[in-house]
Design a protein around this ligand. Sequence first.
Ligand SMILES: NC(=O)c1ccc[n+]([C@@H]2O[C@H](COP(=O)([O-])OP(=O)(O)OC[C@H]3O[C@@H](n4cnc5c(N)ncnc54)[C@H](OP(=O)(O)O)[C@@H]3O)[C@@H](O)[C@H]2O)c1
Length: 271
Amino acid sequence: MGSLSTAVDLEQVAYFLVTGASRGIGATMAIETARKFKPGSVVVLLARSASGLESTRSTIQSVNPHITVITSSVDLASASKELLNEILDKSLAGRTATESPFRLAFIIHNVGTIGNVTRKAIDLDERTSWEEYFGTNVFNVAVLNSCFLRKFEAVPRKLVVNITSKACLTPFPSMTYYCAGKAAREMYFRVLADEEAGTNLTVLNYSPGPVDTEMTVEIQGQSHSAGIREYFQGLRDTTTILTTEQTTAKFLHVIQTGTYKSGDHIDYYDE
Ligand SMILES: NC(=O)c1ccc[n+]([C@@H]2O[C@H](COP(=O)([O-])OP(=O)(O)OC[C@H]3O[C@@H](n4cnc5c(N)ncnc54)[C@H](OP(=O)(O)O)[C@@H]3O)[C@@H](O)[C@H]2O)c1
């Protein structure tokens, strides 16, 4: 028997949540995706910076005035399950997800931090630093994902996207926290995809390629590895580093054409 298509039609009434939507890849993905939704859709943007979220919100409203855009300034390193559920409940304005008009429930787990790139793996001996890193990048990603999928269980089509990286497959010097976190995070989503195979839930691990954002500026400026600093310097000098618009265009093509199977790792440079 053939498996269900992973292609998603964005031109419908959707509930859409993006983490790390205050800048960078998350902001552009939120804008370019929300542009396509039908009136009645709800978009929820999470990050810490209220001004960054507001800028993303106002751009979305200017490209698609007939949808509701809600922002919530939250620190995803420490947010409790209760707080995350409260944010979801508030965005539904008293309705239960079952009474809602949504045909699609879509979440992009984009939040990510690079971690301390000034130190080598051998020097990372602070348990609290490990916990803080994994809190933001792995633990709360899984917790939010559970809260989201429980809340929208009755919605007929669900898409979960994990923004991953080549660093989950390949070790890069100075990026210990990042590589370890991305590997753990992607494996969580692969198990989810496996357990939910054949249902109305699709999972995509999307690797955006090297993109010009604050994160890559930070790696280039702070990595203890000369090779890593030179790699990003080279991408900038030759303007081969990607823009957030380029990677978002590829991402939208992938989710709308569904040329992958649930749980796959798809890279910007694939195909
Ligand atoms: N740039 C690349 O080359 C590249 C390559 C592969 C994968 N990625 C992945 O793409 C995703 C986005 O990265 P980016 O390059 O766009 O990075 P970025 O510009 O640094 O953006 C990171 C986003 O995450 C949010 N964030 C960070 N810590 C947070 C926290 N504690 N609570 C809530 N929100 C938090 C930031 O918002 P606030 O600071 O306002 O909270 C911001 O919106 C990440 O998962 C990254 O690993 C990036």
